[in-house]
Design a protein around this ligand. Structure first.
Ligand SMILES: [Zn+2]
Length: 149
């Protein structure tokens, strides 16, 4: 089973709570197989929605989007000794599941963009309740771990 340190999960829960009622996003990185650091990213969805609402009908309440700066960091980390291994984002009041939009963002052409897992946090008005981890397995995203709080 995949383990994420409790301190990393707590940092992500706090991020999700601060961002509520909007989705937050970030990455988890560290030694390969033992990620130990959560790094917050900017959710660019509001800016995209404001610039081009026809192409980006959702705002940050129901979507997340990593900007070029964070994607550059992610890309470069993959060749380092502290690679990003998880991309996380929160869901606001709807539960931690991997949505059709999440699949599209992670594998727009039917193949995953990055060799990472995806953590979805269940963010509620009264706090973050837990998270679920998803991995690309044999052509689709499957839940591989669940964390309760
Ligand atoms: Zn999502």
């Amino acid at each position: 089973m995949v383990t994420l340190p409790p301190a990393v999960l707590e940092a992500i829960y706090r991020h999700a709570e601060e961002g509520h009622p909007e989705e937050v996003c970030g990455v988890i990185l560290g030694p390969r197989g033992a990620p130990d650091e959560a790094r917050r990213c900017e959710n660019r969805q509001n800016a995209l929605h404001a610039e081009d609402p026809a192409h980006f009908p959702r705002d940050a309440r129901t979507a997340y989007n990593l900007g070029p700066k964070d994607l550059f960091f992610l890309d470069r980390s993959l060749r380092s000794d502290r690679p990003v291994q998880v991309i996380y984002h929160s869901h606001v009041d709807v539960g931690a599941y991997f949505s059709a939009e999440d699949v599209l963002a992670a594998a727009p052409d039917g193949e995953p963009l990055y060799p990472v897992d995806y953590l979805v946090v269940d963010a509620r008005r009264d706090g973050a309740k837990g998270a679920k981890l998803f991995r690309w397995v044999e052509g689709g995203f499957r839940q591989i771990a669940a964390f309760s709080r």
